[in-house]
Design a binder for this molecule. Structure first.
Ligand SMILES: *Cc1c(COP(=O)(O)O)cnc(C)c1O
Length: 441
């Protein structure tokens, strides 16, 4: 295959072809990394993670008032080193559980820059987060407002809170990652009056400092103007609350959700341009409503880490069922990447040690679990004689792979290796069999 034909399959520009016919990622030979660290293996391009953070930081600086902050949504991929990187890049974080809070704290992250999410924070969660010094709680429902008030009162403290609203926007993405609609399990709908009533409730609490609002309209969003529409709805609601309740919100968190390229067919998003466009709509809406431009947060997860990730596997078998179907079996699967099983997500899969060869075989790339649904991707082009020992790379796996990984079939979770300009290092060790029985009595 010609170099341009090969590159045409690549979803991101940190993939290249080496002179030895191997796939290179972040400038490093993936086949050599597979040999050095073993498979299955998660790779993360640290330079790319930092670059993605800086794109958000620069756009925020250019477009939004002082104090505005992009927050990395740790649920995309959470471990100590990533929180250290976020601290170095001066990002805030969005945390959704005590486990994420604990991890960030262990990494020395300044928890004042953490926003605590979730639609069911238990009393224990609320107490744990306050003890950890989490800066802002994103309250999802009235029960939670009261739980936050009770815990803050116990401490004689005032807790900063924003309220999660559902602006009622359909992002036309897959239903399971679509959360901004009125009938969502998350947040308080503006359309039903629930947003207004939770505002009143929060304002009535003695130990809550209500700063503003949050919305998250969905994930893997490419649709032209959904963030603009969300911004308009949210600012108009804020102006309405000022009119009705005399409450002037000073913080608006627009959530996460910008899409990334899993395949070369996905559109390219210029996040800097997108943020600039949203900010113009937002400021124009503020001007129209004579409302002061609030501090803005966003919560990118996928668009910070997805294209910084790549997973390596070793092929065990090629099964050709003549007249029916072909299967390439690898040494990982749904335990390290459940996204096809969950959402039928697209991925670009490549034969990493033979990247320049023609691909005349079409096969399902399947995992090693005792489960027919253990599929990474269907209809993958591979070299006709792909064989045991070949290396397969699955691209764009930096988000929602390790963080969703399980030990199904008692498979140890892979290591995460960070790639830097000067080499590579282990950021998360490979699980051992001992780790697997650690909790068994
Ligand atoms: C999942 C989620 C995010 C991150 O979404 P991405 O699509 O990864 O950017 C941000 N905020 C909230 C509330 C979420 O649920």
């Amino acid at each position: 295959m010609k170099a341009n034909e090969i590159a045409a399959r690549f979803p991101c520009d940190n993939l290249t072809v080496g002179e030895n016919g191997h796939l290179f990622f972040a400038g490093q030979d993936t086949t050599a990394l597979a040999a050095q660290y073993g498979t299955p293996l998660y790779l993360l391009d640290e330079t790319r993670i930092r670059k993605n953070c800086r794109t958000y930081k620069a756009a925020f600086k250019a477009c939004y008032p002082e104090g505005s902050l992009p927050l990395y949504a740790g649920k995309a991929n959470a471990f100590k080193q990533i929180y250290r990187i976020m601290a170095q890049e001066d990002m805030g974080i969005d945390v959704v559980s005590c486990g994420e809070i604990y991890t960030a704290k262990c990494a020395g992250f300044d928890m004042r820059k953490a926003f605590f999410h979730g639609n069911n924070k238990t009393d224990a969660d609320v107490a744990f987060a306050m003890d950890a010094g989490v800066g802002v709680f994103v309250a999802d429902n009235p029960e939670e407002v009261l739980a936050i008030e009770a815990e803050a009162a116990k401490r004689g403290a005032t807790q900063k809170v924003i309220l999660r609203l559902t602006p009622g926007i359909d992002t036309h993405t897959y239903a399971a990652v679509n959360t901004g609609k009125v009938d969502s399990k998350f947040g308080n709908a503006i359309a039903t009056g629930q947003a207004e009533s939770i505002t009143k409730l929060a304002l009535a609490q003695e130990h809550i400092a209500l700063l503003g609002y949050h919305c998250h309209i969905g994930s893997q969003v490419f649709t032209e103007d959904v963030f603009e529409r969300a911004a308009v709805i949210m600012i108009e609601f804020m102006a309405e609350m000022r009119r009705k309740l005399g409450f002037t919100a000073t913080l608006l968190n627009l959530g996460g959700g910008y899409g990334v390229r899993y395949t070369a067919d996905d559109p390219v998003l210029d996040i800097g341009e997108k943020i600039a466009s949203v900010s113009e709509t937002l400021k124009a809406t503020c001007a129209r409503a004579d409302f002061p431009v609030p501090q803005i947060c966003m919560e990118p997860g996928r668009s910070i880490v997805a294209d910084a990730g790549l997973t390596l596997y070793t092929v065990g078998a090629l099964k050709q069922i003549t007249g029916y179907k072909n299967y390439v079996s690898i040494d990982g699967g749904m335990p390290d990447n459940p996204r096809f099983a969950l959402y039928r997500s697209s991925y670009t899969c490549l034969c990493a040690n033979r990247i320049a060869e023609d691909c005349s075989l079409t096969a399902s790339l399947v995992g090693r679990c005792c489960e027919s649904g253990d599929i990474i991707q269907e209809n993958v082009p591979f070299p006709a004689d792909i064989q045991r020992g070949d290396i397969v790379a699955v691209c764009t796996t930096g988000a929602y792979n390790y963080s969703m990984a399980s030990n199904y079939n008692r498979l140890p979770r892979p290591a995460t290796v960070m790639l830097t300009d000067s080499g590579s290092y282990i950021a998360v060790k490979r699980e051992t069999f001992e780790d697997l029985v650690r909790l068994d009595v």
